[in-house]
Structure formats: structure tokens, C-alpha cells
Design a protein around this ligand. Sequence first.
Ligand SMILES: Nc1ncnc2c1ncn2[C@@H]1O[C@H](COP(=O)(O)OP(=O)(O)OP(=O)(O)O)[C@@H](O)[C@H]1O
Length: 353
Amino acid sequence: MSAVSVHARVEARGLDAALDVAPGTVVALVGPNGAGKSSVLQLVGGQLQPDGGTVSVDGAVVSGPRVHVPVHRRNIAVLEQRPLLFEHLTIAENAAFGLRARGVRAAEALARAQRELDAVGCGELAGARAWEVSGGQAQRIAIARALATDPRLVLLDEPLAALDVSVAPAIRSLLRRRIRGEGRTALLVTHDAVDALTLADELAVMEAGRVLAAGPVADLLARPRTPFVADLVGVNLLAGTATGPDAIRLATGDRVVGVPADALGGGAAIASFAPASVAVHTAEPSGSPRNHLRVTVTGIEPRGSLVRLTGELSDGSRVSADLTLAASVDEGLVPGREVWLVVKAAQVALYPR
Ligand SMILES: Nc1ncnc2c1ncn2[C@@H]1O[C@H](COP(=O)(O)OP(=O)(O)OP(=O)(O)O)[C@@H](O)[C@H]1O
């Protein structure tokens, strides 16, 4: 049985979505602006009612013809871009809010809230007021508040988008540990490829109101079935397994050395680097300490004043490189040609996943 099942239409939004989420799975909804990602979240959360079809949680219909289970009865926690904390309550009271709303006694709710605040590194802020905390702390507190109610489902709408780049990695790491690491079921809307790949088990790719493809992150990356996935925010993403603190091995056997953005821990990991940081060599670089990947050129297309070369590794995963038009002509880079793509370790970010 699916933990969440959406088979629903919303005519005013051009939405006709089909999505099934297995229990304990984090699914990232990705796709261009207006694709319907947030609308799917609203259907599940109960803020949007379908014109046809149903939305089910744990096998029970929560929205459908003549059914509308109110938001507060769905036992779903929602984490927004900018969490709203109540200014007149202490941080502990904020974190206990969901429990109190469910009728849990104050002492018990506050004790649980304190444990949750400790677990997100904000235990010492329990007595503070909302206006005294930073944006990053507010998001940690919102995570504590969301998880305090033991929700059967967590909905995350761009949870890192409003955060300063200096705090986002720590919150990403916290979400990875508390959501994916604890086997919770969650739906995540994000525009950020790194968030999707580090926080989610599966991707659901939306376009024009429909879910075009869904499946394990590594599968969709290795064989992108839509240009959107292939081009997910324009960075190169390669899935592999950590072989040390700063290296991963790809399915092709290639080793990629980089800078860990978070401790790798020996499991599945991804490498991310910009096409602009990739150089193209027509012969295998000898004695170079840099990462080099042998690919077959599959595409050459203009990108402003540059040319984007796309190459395929032996397992079908793709890597792009941006180069000048002159370079692409001089080197005779045409589809079918075998080349080496070279990227410095300092320009490769590694993430656990
Ligand atoms: N509150 C609303 N009322 C009416 N139409 C809406 C509303 N919100 C979104 N839409 C429309 O519904 C469609 C899907 O939008 P939605 O916000 O779900 O997409 P999205 O994939 O989340 O986009 P984005 O990435 O820009 O947030 C779009 O055509 C949008 O204009």
C-alpha cells in the first residue's frame, strides 16, 4: 500500500497528476516553474481540493468526490520556506504547538518539544522568543515542531530556499538525518538539484501538470528521460559510492575526487560540478592528478557565447562541459568522438546521499 497516492485533477491549474509514494520514501518533486509541484503538495496537505480523482494517505481517501478530511486531521507536518513562529510564544511553546493543538497536556508537550529542540541543536533556545532567533535557527525550530507530532507524512516546500548560503548546508544535513535517515515518508518540492539528490530517495519529474517520470534518483540521473532532468539546474551530477573522505567511485569504475560538503560516511554519494569547470581533452591526460572521465560526445549545442558539449560515460550517465566555439571547432568535437573530460578536485563538491 502506498503511504501517499495522488491521482487527481485540478482544472484551473491544468493539473492531472499521478503519483504513488511508498512508505518510508522521500520523493522530490522537480520540474520547471508552473509544472504543478506546489499544487501536488497542496492537494496532499488539504489546501487544494481536486475536481476529479482522489488523494489517499495510508490507503484512506483524504480528498475526493464528497470527501475532504480537514488539514488538521491528516497528521501531516508541513515545512515551509519561511517558517512562521508565533512571536508571543517561547521557542519551546512554539515547538510544542502541534502537540498542544492535539490536546497533549502542557508538561508532556513541553518535555517532548525540549527533546526535539535538543535533536536539532536548539535546546538552549527553549526560553527565547521567536524574534530573538536567526533564520537558520527558526528553520531548525520549525523542523523540531514538525517532527514533535510524529507525523505520518512530512511535506517540505523549498525548505532551504530562503536560507543564507552559509547556513543552508547545515540545515540540509539536519533534514537528511531527520527525514531520510529516520525513514520518514516525505514529499519535497525543490528547485535545487543538490537538495533533491541528497534529501530524496526518488525523483518525480513534473511538467505541465503531469508527472512524467518517477523513480530512484540514481536511475533517473543515469538515464534522464526528460531534458529537464538531464539539465537539472545546469550542474553535472554523478552518483557513486564513497571510497574515502574525499572520493567516490562511479558505476563505471571511475574515481572522482572532490571536496566533501558534508562527511561522506562510506555509503552512496554524489559528485556535483559546473560545466564551466570541465576542460575537454582529445587524448587521455597522462600523469595528471585531476579527475578525468572518458566519454563519447553525444551533443554540441550553442549556449550564449559558448558551446555546451555533452558526453556519455560507459554506463550512460552524462557530463557537460562549456567551451568556446573556437575550441570546439579546432578540436573537431563532433558527436561520436571519444574525449576526456577533466575537472579539478577543488571544483567538485561531494555529498552523501
Ligand atoms: N493559488 C493559485 N491560484 C490559481 N492558480 C494557481 C495558483 N497557484 C498556482 N497556480 C497555477 O497552477 C499551475 C501550477 O502551479 P504550481 O505553483 O503548482 O507549480 P510549481 O511547479 O510549484 O511552480 P514553481 O516552481 O514556480 O513554484 C500554474 O499554472 C500556476 O500559475
